[in-house]
Design a protein around this ligand. Structure first.
Ligand SMILES: Cc1ncc(COP(=O)(O)O)c(C=O)c1O
Length: 435
């Protein structure tokens, strides 16, 4: 057995799935991808295969400024010397809370955590406590909200979740107001909250978002918008601001601290305060974690947001994203592959979808395209999560490689036996029942 395989086996023996996010797993990348990352700088990473890659993964979109970004790391190092965790709140908790409450519309109070799942789950718990209702309505068109039971129970990967719990989450579709109205009719006065992203791949149509918001208001349902991806990427004040929405609760994470671990639950004071000490009602044990407000991530968030304000980072993300969108679309057209490869989403968060000759989504073709990008030095997972470190020269390099990958893809696409162009196994869906 080759040494590499032994090494991989060892890694899988150490950690279930050999990663701490399923989307970083070996089943999510072609065989030619580096199996682990040694370090990163700006928009580049160095793999354990000894190669340097232009990075289009950016820590699952969390690294919004760039890897090992100097001003953020400086702030973190300074904070490290002041201590990371104490028996009473650190002063910096109030500084960051103040900054966020002033910056973000619809955010009157905040709670910090380390991961997005913690804050989306906390939002649903708070909504249940506030309304005294048990059902959670989730937008099924959106890929992921939490690894906790209330969400994972809606996917095929629902092992370990009792039926009783699964029944408490009901689903609707984006841009399909009838599917939301049906839920509100079927579960009249029983839906604690609606949770969805503002946008993922499609524009809202026919006032969909405003209509969902209005339905929530009329029926006393808590309206939760998850800005994990869109917040601090689409606009400093989030996509809720761009779409003039007034959610009751809102969740942030990912890009807020340039990859340092911080997630935020924010929202209306009267709801958030249920988790506080200033009311006489029943207490809600909202988020209470040892590491939730650990100081280095908060220092990173302060430095990241200041940098975003001074450098107009979101304008840069849109500009670079538009260049990628225009460039890749033109190349796809030039090679006559429009029916097979499609750019979807919005410039700060573009995604690529792959279809076979019958117009069906194809994991085989997806893997082949990613393989052709990666073997030419671009770490690619079917998305372009732009960071502030991606500059025009990186777009040019990306497009130069994109052409070559398209040429290789086209040969494989037109071949009788497409699979023979793949090295290793095709990527598999993250949410699947069996390995
Ligand atoms: C929209 C959305 N919500 C929540 C989460 C969960 O965040 P985390 O991985 O930090 O727990 C994710 C993660 O991908 C996400 O994309």
């Amino acid at each position: 057995m080759p040494a590499k395989t032994q090494l991989l086996k060892r890694r899988h023996a150490l950690i279930p799935g050999a990663a701490h996010t399923y989307s970083k797993g070996d089943d999510q990348f072609p065989a030619v991808a580096p199996k682990a990352i040694v370090k990163g700088k700006g928009c580049f990473v160095w793999g354990d295969d000894g190669k340097k890659y232009l990075d289009w993964c950016m820590g699952l979109r969390s690294v919004s400024l760039g890897h090992a970004y100097e001003p953020v790391n400086r702030a973190v190092k300074k904070q490290m010397d002041l201590g990371t965790n104490f028996g009473r709140p650190a002063l910096i908790e109030f500084e960051v809370a103040d900054m966020l409450v002033n910056l973000l519309p619809n955010v009157e109070m905040v709670k910090f955590a380390k991961n997005g799942s913690t804050v989306t789950t906390a939002a649903t718990k708070l909504a249940r406590a506030y309304t005294g209702r048990k059902y959670i309505a989730v937008c099924k068109s959106h890929p992921f909200f939490s690894y906790d039971d209330w969400f994972i129970g809606t996917t095929p990967c629902d092992a370990g979740i009792p039926e009783e719990i699964k029944k408490l989450t009901v689903t609707f579709n984006y841009n399909d107001i009838a599917s939301v109205e049906k839920l509100f009719a079927d579960y009249k006065d029983q839906i604690a909250c609606v949770i969805m992203e503002v946008v993922t791949t499609e524009e809202p149509r026919d006032n969909f978002l405003q209509n969902v918001q209005a339905l929530c208001k009329t029926s006393g349902t808590v309206f939760i918008l998850d800005e994990m991806i869109t917040g601090f990427r689409f606009h400093l004040k989030g996509a809720t601001y761009l779409h003039k929405l007034k959610p009751d609760l809102v969740t942030y994470g990912k890009g807020i601290a340039n990859g340092y671990s911080l997630a935020v639950l924010g929202g209306r004071k009267d709801i958030m305060e249920l988790g506080g000490l200033e009311h006489k009602g029943e207490r809600v044990f909202l988020i209470s974690t040892t590491h939730g407000a650990e100081t280095t991530a908060l220092a990173a968030a302060l430095a990241t947001i200041k940098e975003m304000q001074h450098k107009k980072v979101q304008d840069h993300l849109w500009k670079i994203g538009r260049m990628i969108e225009r460039g890749t679309k033109a190349l796809i057209k030039k090679y006559g592959l429009e029916a097979s490869i499609e750019l979807i989403g919005f410039p700060p968060n573009l995604l690529v979808s792959y279809k076979d000759k019958d117009g069906k989504p194809s994991m085989l073709l997806r893997t082949i395209f990613h393989q052709e990008m990666i073997r030419r030095g671009i770490l690619f997972q079917g998305a372009f999560p732009v960071s502030y470190s991606h500059k025009v020269a990186d777009v040019k390099k990306t497009l130069a490689v994109f052409v070559q990958a398209l040429q290789a893809y086209k040969i494989a696409f037109n071949a009788k036996d497409t699979a023979k162009y793949l090295i290793g196994e095709p990527i598999k869906p993250v949410f699947r029942k069996y390995n």
